[in-house]
Design a protein around this ligand. Structure first.
Ligand code: AMP
Length: 404
């Protein structure tokens, strides 16, 4: 009988999942993926098959509990999986966990001990980590015997040089964990794993990968290892994002609190939820909406997004001592020809030259979009964080013993 792995990526109002078939001596095959959206409001289960066809799309509100929390959501998901398992048994669940802190620099099998350590890291990512862990708790309650593996967004950056990780703060503060961790690591790790397939030799050189989704960051890689990233202690730093501010003078935070009388939760909401493209445009945090808008505020928001991208690309190119390749991924990186065209135009001084037709051409797979003579190879490569989590989960199970 064949087996399956479930991958979970949970946020505050939605749970994304993907199921993979595991076969001896064969690559993992995605069977289905989906999401439960509107947790706590109007929950909906949507599932797509491996060919992209819709398998399920229905409201899952419970008559007795209109709010539907993660536990109920997983009960409904497991019911659906059981009905559509096709004789496969569920081997394990792999989770995206945003923060591994300084404790976890590789994926780990979840035990009561590791779960306690992961909970101890919640203050480092208070808006994300608790949601990741509540899914682990919910599955533990529903299926206590199921193996679970935690995979971290920080782990790909854990081996960056000390100078890329440290802030210029007193040592006792650094030693208390206030340092640059970097995020989107599962996405970068996936891209690193396929770079040689697509880019050949330049993929092993000085590469900047731009993960441009609702959250956004850049990662500088040499030999396919992370050497610097634009996100730092939190997922707020670096690039301007959908609703997050990116780089901000810490003095501005002190001013907001001291002179404008804002509380810590108010500042948190301002910087995570009300800023970025949304805050600057006053229209939307969604790039597609802004590109379609005739408003000057929408244009200004995109101008600022592009300007700050190019500033930080320059900073990462400096940390690499040059640039051999630039790779775009995630929602904006994979789909916005306009953003790619504008940031590449601003990066001409680095030797980036775009092939305008290739950049505009519709496509969903990995593709080269640089001009034939460009000193820097420019690529679009779709990311696959779920596959990375599935691979890690399989490897942790194969290694056997739980680690801490
Ligand atoms: P993600 O978080 O990776 O799902 O990315 C979401 C972001 O990608 C949003 O800002 C979307 O507007 C943006 N996006 C998706 N498709 C397009 C598109 N065709 N053109 C411009 N932006 C897009």
């Amino acid at each position: 009988m064949s087996q399956a792995l479930l991958v979970i990526n949970s946020g505050s109002s939605s749970i994304k999942f993907a199921a993979y078939e595991v076969q001896a001596d064969a690559a993992l095959q995605r069977i289905a993926n989906g999401r439960i959206e509107g947790l706590g409001e109007a929950p909906r289960l949507r599932v797509w098959g491996h060919d992209g066809g819709v398998l399920e799309d229905r409201c899952i509100r419970l008559p007795a509990d209109p709010a539907l929390g993660p536990g109920d959501a997983f009960r409904q998901l497991f019911d659906w999986l059981r009905q559509h398992a096709g004789g496969r048994t569920l081997l394990a669940a792999g989770h995206r966990v945003v923060h591994g802190g300084e404790v976890f620099s590789q994926p780990v099998r979840v035990t009561p001990g590791t779960l306690g350590q992961l909970e101890g890291l919640s203050p480092l990512a208070p808006l994300h980590q608790p949601h990741n862990l509540s899914s682990i708790h919910a599955i533990t309650e529903l299926l206590p015997g199921l193996a679970q593996v935690a995979c971290f967004d920080t782990e790909f950056h854990a081996a960056q040089p000390w100078v890329a990780q440290a802030y210029a703060l007193p040592r006792r503060i650094t030693e208390a964990g206030v340092k640059r961790y970097g995020f989107h690591g599962l996405s970068y790790e996936y891209i690193a794993s396929v770079l040689p397939d697509h880019l050949g030799e330049p993929g092993e050189g000085r590469v900047v990968v731009a993960h441009l989704g609702n959250g956004a960051s850049l990662c500088a890689m040499r030999d396919r290892r992370s050497v610097a990233s634009t996100m730092g202690f939190s997922a707020l730093d670096g690039l301007m994002m959908g609703t997050r501010c990116g780089n901000l003078d810490p003095g501005a935070v002190l001013y907001l609190m001291r002179s404008l009388g804002m509380t810590a939760p108010e500042v948190e909401d301002l910087l995570y939820e009300q800023s970025g493209l949304l805050g600057v445009s006053g229209i939307s945090g969604d790039m597609r909406t802004l590109e379609a808008s005739p408003a000057s505020e929408a244009r200004q928001a995109i101008d600022l997004y592009v300007y700050r991208f190019n500033q930080q690309l320059g900073s990462l190119a400096a940390s690499l001592g040059g640039l051999d390749a630039l790779v775009f991924t995630a929602g904006i990186g994979e789909n916005s020809a306009l953003v790619r065209q504008r940031v590449c135009h601003g990066a001409a001084w680095l030797g980036v030259e775009l092939d305008a037709a290739a950049n505009q051409a519709a496509g969903s797979g990995a593709r080269c979009i640089s001009a034939a003579g460009s000193r820097v190879a420019v690529w679009v490569i779709p990311t696959d964080e779920e596959l990375m989590i599935a691979r890690h989960t399989q490897a942790v199970l194969a290694a056997g013993a739980p680690s801490a």
